[in-house]
Design a binder for this molecule. Structure first.
Ligand SMILES: *[C@@H]1O[C@H](CO)[C@@H](O)[C@H](O)[C@H]1NC(C)=O
Ligand SMILES: *[C@@H]1O[C@H](CO)[C@@H](O)[C@H](O)[C@H]1NC(C)=O
Ligand SMILES: *[C@@H]1O[C@H](CO)[C@@H](O)[C@H](O)[C@H]1NC(C)=O
Ligand SMILES: *[C@@H]1O[C@H](CO)[C@@H](O)[C@H](O)[C@H]1NC(C)=O
Ligand SMILES: *[C@@H]1O[C@H](CO)[C@@H](O)[C@H](O)[C@H]1NC(C)=O
Ligand SMILES: *[C@@H]1O[C@H](CO)[C@@H](O)[C@H](O)[C@H]1NC(C)=O
Ligand SMILES: CC(=O)N[C@H]1CO[C@H](CO)[C@@H](O)[C@@H]1O
Length: 327
């Protein structure tokens, strides 16, 4: 039985909701976030303030969970810059524009679905990718939790790779024939070449992870590329993702592209991933925008029904904290 607990939780919500801002402020924050995502250089170079909180915890379904502002700046913004910076074709395009397709503002949580154009300048290609995000904001309107889903990522990948493969082969001085070229082997060779180039340039001294460029190529050219959804696992694709971050912080990122994969490119357990809630600040927003007037004719028993759905219990530190609903 938890009725009294529910009642006290609701009371807490009423009291705490005073910290929430007006919906327009959340919309401005979303717009700012999306604009920065399509122009990530400013965030990465630190010329504009990060839209993320110092203590942000972010999760991206095709990679993994990232803790703290610096890592999240790198993975959300730095990761996507390479296509615009490098002169060779990159597997990950650079966002060039966005539209918001769906948006729910329920302070302090916002759910938004963006359609971003990712551009591949070497082949004059631009392909839309839909990204769904649950975000929670702190009192300074910085993102404190986000849970991002790259919608249809596997389809996106399967669509893009054949379109960029001829150019990739060309850059690697390989001949390309749609009938005879093994696309997987080309992808493995491309991955090895790019990862090893980064490693050789930036992972030096105490950050060195391969004995030489040749040793790196030997390791990487036989390492399976992996499934496109498995960007956080022990494979070539994960190391390819992380190679984009190496130059920002070799000490942190070199292990991720090395033979061990550091703490990023590792075996992961599906059940554990699915059942773990990594956030410190909840992404649950029951009915924050309803006030007592809205529900004045709803009997108390029914009001309690409103929060009866099984929810995750998070123990954390922000205003949105609601604990002990189910004991
Ligand atoms: C790309 O090419 C331009 C012009 O040749 C050069 O200035 C730049 O350094 C190159 N970028 C990389 C990452 O090699
Ligand atoms: C790039 O693609 C766009 C749209 O398909 C086209 O209008 C433009 O002419 C292309 N540019 C080059 C250099 O091929
Ligand atoms: C491809 O050939 C060109 C011209 O010979 C050379 O400059 C370049 O380094 C080669 N690229 C690779 C990846 O071998
Ligand atoms: C690709 O390979 C097939 C099978 O060997 C061959 O018939 C075809 O002519 C090749 N295409 C090109 C463009 O070389
Ligand atoms: C392509 O290469 C991969 C990796 O070496 C191999 O597992 C696969 O069997 C090859 N596919 C074909 C059609 O030869
Ligand atoms: C949520 O709904 C309950 C009744 O269903 C209401 O008593 C409470 O005031 C609402 N919470 C907020 C923050 O408005
Ligand atoms: C202050 C706090 O609780 N920080 C935690 C936030 O979540 C990350 C990831 O789950 C933890 O590592 C932190 O300790």
């Amino acid at each position: 039985m938890h009725a009294p607990i529910v009642a006290s939780v609701l009371l807490q919500l009423v009291v705490l909701s005073s910290a929430y801002k007006q919906p327009i402020e959340y919309m401005d924050a979303i717009s700012n976030f999306a604009t920065l995502f399509t122009n990530p250089t400013a965030v990465v170079e630190g010329t504009v303030a990060s839209p993320l909180s110092e203590d942000v915890v972010g999760r991206i379904d095709v990679t993994t969970t990232f803790v703290g502002q610096e890592l999240n700046n790198e993975y959300l913004f730095g990761l996507f810059m390479e296509s615009a910076l490098e002169n060779t074709t990159q597997l990950i395009g650079t966002p060039s524009s966005f539209v918001v397709q769906s948006l729910v503002v329920e302070p302090p949580v916002v759910v938004v679905s963006f359609v971003n154009e990712l551009s591949y300048p070497t082949v004059n290609l631009s392909v839309p990718l839909q990204i769904d995000m649950f975000m929670a904001f702190d009192d300074d309107m910085k993102v404190i939790s986000y849970d991002a889903i790259l919608r249809r990522w596997d389809e996106f990948f399967n669509y893009v790779i054949p379109l960029i493969s001829p150019q990739i082969a060309d850059e690697l001085n390989e001949t390309f024939n749609f009938t005879t070229t093994n696309a997987t082997e080309l992808l493995m060779y491309k991955t090895a070449t790019d990862v090893c180039a980064m490693s050789t340039q930036y992972c030096t001294g105490s950050n060195q992870v391969y004995a030489s460029n040749d040793a790196c190529m030997e390791f990487m050219t036989v390492l399976p590329f992996g499934e496109s959804w498995a960007g956080g696992m022990d494979n070539g694709w994960c190391r390819y993702i992380h190679k984009n971050m190496v130059k920002y912080d070799p000490y942190v990122h070199c292990p991720h592209i090395g033979p061990t994969g550091g703490d990023m490119c590792i075996a992961r357990d599906y059940i554990q991933i699915t059942e773990t809630v990594p956030f410190n600040s909840t992404l649950l927003a029951y009915n924050a925008s309803y006030n007592a007037l809205d529900v004045k004719n709803v009997p108390t028993a029914n009001q309690e029904e409103l929060v009866k759905v099984d929810t995750e219990i998070l123990y954390m530190t922000t205003v949105a904290f609601v604990s002990g609903i189910y004991d």
